[in-house]
Design a protein around this ligand. Structure first.
Ligand SMILES: [Fe+2]
Length: 197
């Protein structure tokens, strides 16, 4: 499996609608820890109102367990971060399924550098020498250049409703600067997988 990849049309259009209606009925949980306003509303994945959801995931990822399943509703673009530290011992993939981005152009950006150590910020070398294209720089306008120059971009994954985007949880990643395209909030289903014993 590639370290990040997409699966087109993982969910059908009506399944996306059903999930948004399901999310609408949940009491929202304000995200703590990150200073950007967001809701990260957890729920029991066994209750997901989508047929064969788990077996569809298994056909892509093989055996796994679920550490976190939640609806992510972001109002401001998140900077570079890791999803590695979620109180499991063998982090596997992060799964993101876009549900609502108002048909605007937005992406999840994956870097090659790892965030599998608590002090990952200190372990990045001074300059990576990576040359960002004009387009890539525009997507990353909300991120400090001092951080960007230490990273190398692996892939940008464009959001399309119902597609599945996955990256290994050891990889640093970020939202793009979606405020730049006039997008005020975006919603995705996010699942952190593990391969604990
Ligand atoms: Fe993340």
């Amino acid at each position: 499996m590639e370290k990040s990849f997409e699966v087109a049309s993982f969910l059908k259009g009506n399944e996306v609608d059903t999930l948004l209606q399901f999310y609408d009925l949940l009491p929202k949980t304000l995200n703590e820890g990150i200073d950007k306003k967001a809701y990260t509303t957890g729920f029991d994945l066994d209750q997901i109102p989508v047929k064969n959801f788990n077996s569809r995931l298994k056909s892509i990822f093989g055996d796994f367990k679920v550490t976190v399943s939640m609806f992510l509703e972001e109002f401001e673009p998140w900077a570079v971060h890791t999803d590695y530290f979620k109180e499991d011992s063998n982090p596997y993939y992060a799964v993101l399924i876009p549900l609502d981005h108002q048909d605007k152009d937005t992406h999840t950006v994956i870097f090659n550098e790892l965030g599998d150590k608590k002090d990952w910020r200190d372990t990045l070398t001074s300059t990576s020498g990576y040359n960002y294209t004009t387009e890539q720089s525009a997507l990353l306008g909300h991120i400090d250049t001092s951080m960007l120059e230490k990273l190398t971009l692996y892939k940008t994954h464009k959001w399309r409703k119902g597609d599945l985007i996955a990256w290994h949880r050891n990889l640093l990643h970020a939202s793009d600067d979606f405020s730049d395209v006039g997008l005020k909030r975006k919603i995705a289903l996010v699942i952190f997988l593990n391969r604990d014993d």
